[in-house]
Design a protein around this ligand. Sequence first.
Ligand code: GTP
Length: 432
Amino acid sequence: MLKAVILIGGPQKGTRFRPLSFEVPKPLFPVAGVPMLQHHIEACAKVPGMKEIILIGFYQPNDALSRYLSSAQQEFKILVRYLQEFAPLGTGGGLYHFRDQILSGGPSAFFLMNADVCSEFPLLEMLRFHRDHGDVHCAVVLATTANRKQSLNYGCIVESQKTHEVLHFVEKPATFVSDIINCGIYLFTPEIFTHIGMVFQRNQEEKQLPLPTPREDQLWSRQRAEVIHLEQDVFTSLAGQQQLYVYKTQGFWSQIKSAGSAIYASRLYLNQYLQTHPERLVSSQEGGCTVNGNVFIHPTALIDPTAVVSVLLGPNVSIGKGVCIGAGVRVRESIILHGASLQDHCCVLNSIVGWDSTIGKWARVEGTPSDPNPNDPFAKINSETLFRDGGLTPSITILGCNVNIPSEVIIRNSIVLPHKDLSRSFKNQIIL
Ligand code: GTP
C-alpha cells in the first residue's frame, strides 16, 4: 500500500506569484487548464496500490480548497485530505507532525512532492528504482541536470556513479558542487521518520537550553523546534550513509515560482497532453478558430461564432471557464483566466489575463520573455522569471483580477494590480 503527500505551503509563501495568488491559493492556479495540483494528483492516482493523497500546508481551510479536494476525490476515485499545520513548519516539520496520519494503515512507502513543481512525475520508475536497489534505503530523490549557473539555485547532489547513492547533498551552494539537482519529488519508506525524528530531538534539546528571554521569545523558540527543513536538516546528514539514493529523470521538469514560470509550465503540460490527454487539446475545426500548436479551451469558453475575421490561438494558450473571445483576436503563449473578455481584434502575447478582466477592441497586451533556446539542453529548467536579469522590468505582462484595458492601447511588460481601470498605454511598469 502506498500514499502520497503534497506540500502546498501557505499564504505567506508564493509571494513571487503575486498578484495572482491574491485571488486563489497558488496550488489551485490553473496550469494548462487545470489546477497546478491536479497534475500531481493525476500522476499519484495512476500508481497501483495508491490509497490516499494528503496535502499538508498552512492555508486556513477555505471554500476553494475544499471544493477542489472533493471534486478531485470524485474524479480520481482516491481519498484526498488536507492537513493544516499550526504554523509554517518547513518541508520536514509538517511531515513529522502528521506522521501518524501518514503511516496509518501501514503504507510500505510514500511519495512526497512539492506542489510548486511541474514534472512528468515518473513515479512508477522511482518505485522500480527503489525495488531494484534492494528496498533497504529510506529515500529516493528525483533529480535532473542543470548547467553550472542554474545549479546554484537548487539542492545539488553528488552521486556514486556505480550505485546512485547520494554521497553529498548541498542546498543552494555558494559555488558549483554538481549539475545534478533535486526536483522536490521523493519516495520515502517509513524509516525516514527515524531520521527526521533525530533532527526534531536535537531541536528539542537545543530548545531546553536556558534562555533568559521574554515569554513571546520562548513561545517562538518552542515553535521553532518543530521547524525542520528536509533538504538542509535531513538530506545533508543522510548523504553517504547508504540511505539516500538518486533517480535521474530525462523527462521534463520545472519549478513554478513566478507567474512567468506558470506560462512555461503550461507549455510543458500542454505538450504532454499530446500523449496523455489529447482530448484536452483543440484543433482548428473546433470552436471556429485557427489553432496553432497546443491550445486548451475550456468547454464553456465562447468564441464569436459569427467572426468574419478568424480568431488565431496558439501556440501554448490556455483559455479558462466562461472566457469570451471576439472576432479577429490573436492569443499566443498566454493564460486567459476564467470570466475574462477579449474584445474584437485585440492581441495577447506572453501574458496572463486575470479573472473577469476585459481587453478592449484592437488593444495589445504583451510581454517579451527571454525564451528558452530550443537548442539548449537545459531549457527544460529555464523557467522564465518575472523580472528579466533581476531588473525591475517585468518580462511578461500580468493583469490581475477584474482589470479593464480600454480599446486601442498597448500594455507592454507590465504588471497591473487587481480592479484597475486603465485609460492609456503603459510600458515597463507595475501599476498599483
Ligand atoms: P525557494 O527558492 O526559496 O522557494 O526554495 P525552494 O524551491 O526550496 O522552495 P521551498 O522549500 O520554500 O518550498 C518547497 C515546497 O514546499 C513548496 O511547494 C512550498 O509550498 C512547500 N513548503 C515550503 N515551506 C513549507 C511549510 O512550512 N509547510 C508546508 N506545508 N509546505 C511548505
